[in-house]
Write a protein that binds this ligand. Structure first.
Ligand code: ZN
Length: 74
């Protein structure tokens, strides 16, 4: 069972088989409401900031530092 993101109502699974499907919305009305929200700019597209954190983990390689310490002591 799917939930309509607009009215939080249950979306009938029959909707998936219909040629003019309003999925994931329960009806054409809810689909238009969602479209209207997009046009109004009320929706904020989430920006993926994960790339930055990935860069940090890749940049600092913990394996290199211990080797440098050993070479310094020698
Ligand atoms: Zn709905």
């Amino acid at each position: 069972m799917f939930q309509c993101p607009i009215c939080k109502g249950a979306v009938p699974e029959e909707m998936l088989d219909k040629p003019k499907s309003t999925f994931p919305f329960c009806s054409d009305r809810c689909r238009l409401i969602d479209l209207g929200r997009w046009l109004d700019g009320k929706y904020q597209i989430p920006v993926d900031n994960d790339d930055e954190s990935h860069g940090e983990s890749q940049g600092g390689e913990p394996g290199d530092e211990p080797d440098d310490e050993r070479s310094d002591r020698r």
